[in-house]
Design a protein around this ligand. Structure first.
Ligand SMILES: O=C(O)CCC(=O)C(=O)O
Ligand SMILES: [Fe+2]
Length: 313
């Protein structure tokens, strides 16, 4: 069926009838198809690539120094301190922001995301959207939970996380540790492929016979206002905790789009950015990106197991 695109409220949008059949597919596959269509549209509008091959392309993660000025980042952390309600026994306290904190977060996005726009567009080969944000304070807990073991997020292969650290990440602070794409694929070859949360491991060396695959991991040291940008469904990563101290994060969940991120914010508003969300079980073709019914036991196609964006031809 031919795909129909129209202008709706100043944004390029799909005609529902031409896309509804995609939602009957495996979500990994229809999100990849959506990404491919976004690339085709982008190529017509921005024929010159904005940026060369970045670390994001080559290894799957990078650091953005001072994405947000340190004093602004620390100011947000002070507000988190007032708004974080401790959740007994949990390492990550999700913060439900007040109207004032929401305004501050939107200002951060509006003022500082433009500096990373060329990098993201050249990596994805298309426009992008901020799908939603997560606000989180992490601190030691008896049971750290599944994001503190090596994992990939079970999400579209096109997904990008920008983690903006609002507190310093020194050698003994809670932080994030990454593995590059090649080493992640070596772990895939050992059968470590989206393991169930209870099967995730701390010691990645245990996957290999002694000495056969020295895996290098990277745990960047960061100042408040620095960010990491990475592809959480493609590369293995984990949070790292220490006995003392806490860490405050603002997470931008980024996905391909038919429209520039700022035009979308102008036309669709900001409230949806704070709604609890899922980045796999939603309909990318419909303007407000409604959630769809989630399902267990979704098969991960071979190309996605190996962290490719698209089915291999
Ligand atoms: O630094 C962390 O807590 C890990 C974050 C994580 O797993 C993610 O952003 O997908
Ligand atoms: Fe993750």
């Amino acid at each position: 069926m031919e795909i129909q695109l129209t202008q709706q409220d100043g944004l390029l949008a799909f005609d529902d009838a031409s896309t509804s059949h995609y939602l009957t597919w495996n979500p990994m596959v229809f999100h990849a198809e959506f990404h491919r269509i976004c690339q085709q549209i982008y190529q017509q509008m921005r024929p010159e690539p904005a940026y060369g091959q970045s670390a994001l392309h080559k290894v799957g993660f990078d650091v953005i120094d001072q994405m947000v000025p340190a004093d602004e980042a620390r100011g947000l952390s002070d507000i988190y301190a007032h708004e974080a309600i401790e959740q007994e026994g949990s390492a990550n306290t999700v913060i439900t922001p007040s109207p004032k904190l929401k305004t501050d977060i939107i200002n951060v996005i509006n003022n500082y995301l433009a500096g990373t726009e060329a990098l993201i567009e050249s990596y994805l080969g298309c426009f992008f959207r901020v799908h939603h944000v997560d606000l989180m304070r992490s601190r030691p807990a008896e049971d750290l939970g599944h994001s503190y073991k090596w994992h990939r997020d079970f999400d579209p292969m096109s997904k990008i996380h920008i983690l903006i650290y609002l507190t310093d990440c020194g050698p003994e602070s809670p932080a994030t540790e990454f593995m590059n794409l090649d080493d992640t694929r070596r772990c895939v070859d050992q059968g470590y492929i989206f393991p169930a949360q209870t099967k995730r491991i701390d010691n990645i060396g245990s996957l290999f016979e002694d000495g056969t695959a020295p895996i290098k991991t990277v745990r960047p040291e960061l100042k408040a206002g620095d960010a990491t940008i990475f592809t959480p469904s493609r590369i293995l990563h984990r949070g790292v905790m220490f006995d003392e101290d806490y860490r405050d994060l603002l997470v931008l969940n980024i996905l391909p789009s038919l429209n520039p991120w700022d035009a979308e914010i102008d036309h669709l508003g900001t409230e949806r950015l704070f709604a609890p969300s899922d980045t796999l079980f939603f309909d990318p073709f419909t303007q407000f990106k409604p959630l769809i019914e989630s399902a267990d036991g979704i098969e991960v196609p071979i190309w996605a197991q190996h962290g490719y964006h698209f089915p291999l031809t």
